[in-house]
Design a protein. Sequence first.
Length: 95
Amino acid sequence: MESEKKRPLHIDKEKLRVIIITHHYKIIGDVFIPKSGRLTDYLNRTLGGSDSDSFVPVINAECFAMSDGQLKYICDFVSLNKTQIHVIFPYKNSK
């Protein structure tokens, strides 16, 4: 029972594969959202009324140029400024 102590600041999260469209890139990668949460809520969250979460961590990212569709980068981690996101949606819903 001792090893099952709850961490007070821990939030259970789940990995979600997404497509992110910016001005220059289409990024396919994984983000972590709170379990049973919505992607929209995760992106809109702010702490204390300030925009303290202005970057979205993306792992396993594949970055394709919008100009020619060519794969330009494969990254283990990208920190993406929210203001650069034009569209984001779950990968499973894409066609």
